[in-house]
Design a binder for this molecule. Sequence first.
Ligand code: NI
Length: 268
Amino acid sequence: MFVDSHCHLSFPELQSQLPEIRRQMADAGVDRALCICTTLEEFEDVHALAMGYDNFWASAGVHPDTENLAEPTVARLLELAARPKVVGIGETGLDYYDMEGRKGGRTVADMEWQRDRFRAHIRAARQCGKPLIIHTRSASDDTIAILKEEGEDGSPGAAGGVFHCFTETMEVARAALDLGFHVSFSGILTFKNAADLREVARFVPADRLLIETDSPYLAPVPFRGKTNTPALVPYVARQIAELRGLAVEEVGELTSRNFETLFSGVQS
Ligand code: NI
């Protein structure tokens, strides 16, 4: 069996196909999925998925790319984290990618609001004891530094969590592991140009590995460019199995176990 540790089933292109997607998941042996929240406005839809289906869970958080929508406070995040079936805080983190274009020519110094928002998530996670779901893009130094400043060092009492949809270097993977975090790989791992990333996937200890789709984005080869769904997560597992000389079922089992260790209450 397989777990999709990060998907966006509340997005309209997936939500509208839910019965079909659930059938495909069952056929593919994908027995659980974590539905990820990216805005406070979206939370109720994400949460409704978790409440509507035994094998779905939800997170609470605001993506670093979300702008001009409600800003999360620690108190608000804690309130949402206390709702049933909310098992993680995020996705949160930092995204400095394409400051010239996407960020309207702002500088890293102008992104203090992202760093403040990230700190609010870390503080909430540490208070409620639920793990962080981290998105980091072109911002790994600050992501690691802020986690450390907020006390995340892998010690008992730390929130911990996962660096999701990992696309960073070996050095960043080491830093994340040193802080006690898990590392999650998406369909990007199957892309032709991802040779360096495949080295990282070979290196991450077996007890810290997770798999995900980040659907509807990033469909794995041979579906690249199509709408992704949790039913395709075994293709990520297959790539890892190939890299590590394991059977695909073994990767499904070990990543399912890791999912249960990291997120409490997600036992099938
Ligand atoms: Ni995501």
